[in-house]
Design a protein around this ligand. Sequence first.
Ligand code: ADE
Ligand code: ZN
Length: 337
Amino acid sequence: MSAPIAPAEAARLKALPKAEVHLHLEGCFEAALIAQWAQTEGVALPRPQEDLFKFSGLADFLGFLDLACGLARTQDRLVELSYGLSQRLAANGTGYADVIFNPTHWHVWHGRLGPMLDAIHAGFTAAEQDGLPGVGLCVSLLRTQSANEAIELLDALTTLRHPRVVALSVDGNEATAGRTGPRFAEAFRKAGSAGLRRTVHAGESSGPEGVWDAVDLLGADRIDHGVRAIEDPALVQMLADRQIPLGVCPTSNLVLGVYPSIEAHPIERLRLAGVRVSLNTDDPALPGASLVGEYALCRRAFGWTDEVTREVARTSIEASFANGDVKAGLLERLKVW
Ligand code: ADE
Ligand code: ZN
């Protein structure tokens, strides 16, 4: 799936000033770390360590996240994970990231959102103090939650007003949850009023209708995935007209079986239709997912020139929820890449 990248190309793509706007804290566990924590806790792994990241699809993968996150039982482990994520960002030359964090996967922490956010914040703050990239947190609902649970989360966020949190998000499996836009509309409306940005998973496990709902009912500033919008020309036109950016994750889509090959992936058709697309890893622990690798993959598959590469990187920065200074700094550096 991922051919090796020539060292010179990898170095150039690492040097490309860029943001990552679609990756999950839950998707950052290394297999070795999971194995080590599982052994310490006496938890049995579902398969041998070398096969741990072999998934049959999104549902299988989401179940695995529950197991992995269930092992992060202490504040120290959350600090270690967040710091490790920042190191991974730096290794790819990422200047800033919006990181999705879904409290539902972390069973041991249920009912303790404040301490959990504090621990994650401590990891990212230590990383920033060590010169690693800045991170904003997008706190996420799971698609299968109820309207009441959504309002509860939103109320907790507005009470906490945590300095690390920049956005409300929703992720999970729309194929099993069905149409849930109406269920979450009120929480997303309140998030907007509270000054939070809004990002919505859609058009991965849902078709175009999920993307329409994300925009019409949830007021999405950005769509995570959104690629199945390609199935509805009117939707493609609307996304292009309104310049609503998509956080696209080609390798994740291939590994989790949304598309059979990079050639079949619609990112290039969306881009050519005027839709703003950025490149992201989604879950960096998935086999073959790295931000440099995503750029290399698309350059090779679609013949992207440096100009196109720069345009996609610009979208990643502009679509991010970074503050104005961070964006301006990255955009300035991008001009001379
Ligand atoms: N949570 C983590 N990764 C996800 C994905 N690819 N789709 C939906 N929810 C997720
Ligand atoms: Zn995602």
